[in-house]
Design a protein around this ligand. Structure first.
Ligand SMILES: [Zn+2]
Ligand SMILES: [Zn+2]
Length: 365
């Protein structure tokens, strides 16, 4: 995986919380963007790694699943594939946020000027087959979302526009209003809708997006799903969510991977389980000459495998075929395939068959 958090922090997988903290402090100090020799990208990486590894739950999840698999590709890319219909908006908790912001501001916090609204994160579901999960697959996903306005390149106004002070907010970018809420009345500060918080109004607003810099549109991304992915695992596609107002930061896309149930295999972690019906007579034939009467089992890779069942095998337990299960997501190797035999008696027997069976019984006594 490209972002190995342990590698980024230069620690072992077995490192203690204390060691991780120490490593993080040292590196954060070294790469802080304000310092000479600082490196903003590296600094962000280090922080991301530390946020996960310093949290017990997140670390355990990361150890198990490699966190959220960072999809390759990103925005742009493929066309042609349409999953159709997925367009979940993130919940809008904006109002509640406003209330608390006002509340804390009122308690002597700093009054901070709002910037443009960032793009919201999005969530979508991607269904894949067990075979897809076995091999890994690149899915092209198309969905409706807010995208940057092409006409103004996300600026919201003509490139040569001149500006004048916004009359609605007198150039403050915010308006005050009193709101009654469940908690009582609040004097609330809201971003001015007229100037989008800038305090200035361009003489020529973009006609296509009426000044917000975003329009409704379609995004197409290629998502790389790695072999061994589990049902319910989430892939985070950075920047693939909604576009932000006027070129501000884009949201992320969280793709929930759903592995569809399989017709013949069931999955238990990285092991696969299959039920195999076998006629009693074929079982006897197998043990008489396994090359002439092989017993085959289907594998997830699409092949047929001749089983090598030892003579002393007891059929009341599953037969294990090593490394024919799912690939491990985060390390090399594969799980196993467990074959549950179901031995089927003959439906009906002819007179000849009964006579032959009697002969066989006497022979084998
Ligand atoms: Zn525009
Ligand atoms: Zn205004």
């Amino acid at each position: 995986m490209s972002n190995d958090y342990y590698k980024i922090l230069g620690v072992e997988k077995s490192s203690s919380d204390e060691d991780i903290k120490k490593a993080y402090r040292k590196l954060a100090h070294q790469y802080h963007p304000d310092k000479t020799g600082g490196d903003e990208k590296k600094f962000k990486e280090i922080n991301e790694a530390y946020q996960t590894l310093s949290n017990k739950e997140k670390r355990a999840q990361y150890d198990r699943f490699g966190n959220t698999a960072q999809g390759a590709g990103g925005p742009g890319g493929f066309g042609g594939f349409s999953q159709g219909g997925f367009d979940f908006q993130g919940g809008d908790f904006g109002d509640l946020g406003d209330i608390f912001e006002t509340f804390f501001n009122g308690m002597g916090g700093q009054q901070k000027r709002r910037t443009y609204a960032h793009g919201s994160d999005m969530e979508m579901v991607q269904e894949i087959t067990l075979e897809d999960a076995y091999r890994g697959i690149e899915k092209n996903v198309t969905y409706k979302t807010n995208i940057h306005c092409a006409q103004c390149k996300g600026l919201g106004h003509d490139a040569k526009a001149t500006f004048s002070q916004c009359k609605k907010c007198d150039g403050r970018g915010e308006v005050r209003e009193t709101r009654s809420t469940f908690f009582g009345n609040f004097a609330q500060v809201r971003t001015c809708t007229e100037c989008h918080g800038v305090g200035q109004i361009p003489d020529k607003r973009c006609s296509s997006c009426s000044g917000s810099g975003v329009v409704r549109g379609e995004k197409k991304i290629a998502v790389k799903i790695l072999p061994g992915i589990a049902d319910g695992q989430i892939i985070k596609m950075v920047g693939a969510g909604e576009a932000g107002e006027r070129g501000s930061q884009e949201g992320d896309l969280f793709l929930h991977v759903r592995v569809k149930p399989h017709a013949i295999f069931s999955r238990q972690d990285d092991h696969l389980i299959i039920e195999k019906e076998i006629q009693l007579i074929n079982l006897l034939a197998y043990f008489s000459d396994s090359e002439a009467h092989p017993i085959y089992v289907t594998t997830i890779s699409g092949g047929k495998l001749a089983l090598d069942i030892p003579r002393d095998f007891t059929f009341n337990k599953p037969f294990k075929v090593t490394s024919e299960g799912m690939p491990h997501f985060n390390r090399s190797g594969k799980g196993d395939l467990f074959v549950h035999f179901k031995i089927v008696p003959p439906h009906k027997m002819s007179k000849d068959a009964k006579r032959l069976l009697e002969e066989l019984r006497n022979e084998m006594r």
